[in-house]
Design a protein around this ligand. Structure first.
Ligand SMILES: [Zn+2]
Length: 206
């Protein structure tokens, strides 16, 4: 991996920041103030909306692992429905999506995300997994690059981040194959182009 030397000091810095004890202290009056922000659980809460959709007993069989970036949500839904025929799907969303499954990113969330992935596959009887990376396509705006990768690789070019995503995709495939070798895994990257269109490329060779 071409950026190991750059990533590690940055991650150590992030962990130090995340583990720093909070300067705030919470008194019992603070606690009471927080409680007053919610209705008492003994009282029936006020209904504020009743939806047109009904709950579906049958679980979706597809799990999508993608980045939390909401700017892509409608494009992802469009792609899943029109290309893959997937309308309902379970979601495992986190910054960077499948990029933080692999150890290649040295991400401190890796183990947790793996545990959640395993849990969802088993508890929700998942039969297919879609790994979805995202970033800038050729001529795409720089702010369409995945923020997770910008955080880990602040000095990397768009093409270097794309190469890192390929490495992370390989790592994610290995991890999933060890967890659930029988489940098919699709791997795509959503690329934002200069005109704002989003194109999905298949990262699998076959
Ligand atoms: Zn992202």
């Amino acid at each position: 991996m071409c950026h190991e030397r750059n990533i590690l000091p940055r991650l150590i810095e992030l962990q130090v920041v995340n583990n720093r004890p909070s300067a705030e202290t919470h008194s019992s009056s603070d606690h009471a103030d927080v409680h007053r922000q919610l209705n008492d659980p003994g009282n029936s809460p006020r209904v504020v909306f009743s939806g047109a959709y009904t709950w579906r007993r049958r679980r979706p069989s597809t799990l999508v692992v993608a980045c939390s970036d909401g700017r892509l949500q409608k494009s992802i839904d469009e792609f899943l429905e029109q290309k893959l025929g997937v309308v309902d799907y379970d979601r495992l969303y986190a910054p960077g999506g499948p990029g933080c499954l692999g150890i290649g990113t040295f991400d401190i969330r890796t183990d947790q995300l793996k545990r959640e992935l395993k849990f969802l596959i088993e508890a929700h009887q998942i039969e297919e997994i879609v790994l979805l990376f995202h970033g800038a396509g050729p001529g795409g705006p720089s702010d369409s690059v995945c923020a997770h990768y910008k955080r880990l690789l602040p000095d990397a070019s768009v093409s270097e981040i794309e190469r890192q995503q390929h490495e992370d995709a390989l790592e994610a495939l290995k991890i999933i194959a060890r967890l659930v070798p029988q489940i098919p895994v699709l791997v795509y990257r959503a690329e934002v182009h200069g005109d704002g269109t989003v194109r999905f490329v298949d990262l699998r060779s076959s």
